[in-house]
Design a protein around this ligand. Sequence first.
Ligand code: IPE
Ligand code: MG
Length: 261
Amino acid sequence: MADRSKTSTEPAAPGAEGAPAGAPLHVAIVMDGNGRWAHKRGLPRTLGHRAGVEALRRIVEAAPGLGIRWLTVFGFSTENWSRPAAEVAELMALPKRYFKADLKRLEREGVRVRALGRRDGLSQDLVALLEEAEHRTAGNDRFFLQIAFNYGGQADIADAARRLAQEVAAGRLEPSAIDERVFSQTLSTAGLPPPDLIIRPSGEQRLSNFLLWEAAYAELVFQDVLWPDYDSGCLSEAIRTFRARDRRFGGVVSDDVLVAG
Ligand code: IPE
Ligand code: MG
């Protein structure tokens, strides 16, 4: 089946009570700056990555209270394989480090987990762990956490194109039926609305192959803090910046319509 949306359910619960109006419902974060955080302290990069897991814990805990319903984080990109083998091994161990301590709590607190990205190339243990997290939280709908791991936006688009081509070749899909909606439903993010806000800490100002298709109308916020130092105050500040933005989605603001009309 090319349409993957049927396997996904959006959380039905409304945003957190008391959340400011106009808060972003779907926030995506490039968790960046672990290495520099460690370097500044004279520590090995490994410890920066471990501190980054603590930051993820803090943010998953804080997000629902700030009105966020869907959170997507970038944990490992298809390009991160080019790092030294020891660092790759440490990064591969991070999901275990996170879920081992937190899966029970996520399950209990109504968080649904989904891993984005290619499973090929990951160890069997890791694939089993990601599947266990997805499986055990499949019935949850209070909050949705997507972890992009061995993920690349271009790879995800290529994989979707291949799946659609296979459907066409098998005679199950007309090429003329392929449009933006069908394509969105074939990506690994199918079933979730696109991110309203993409945050990148650590001072870098690029997407680095994160959510390329989905980012079409996302607001981008760059912050100077390094990921292991990221906390709910940083997230609140990013949300304040987001709320001050004027989102037009290619249209015009209503005042302009009146003037023009
Ligand atoms: C983010 O921190 C972790 C991953 C990319 C997996 P980095 O390791 O990129 O940290 P910097 O950019 O070197 O500081
Ligand atoms: Mg980096």
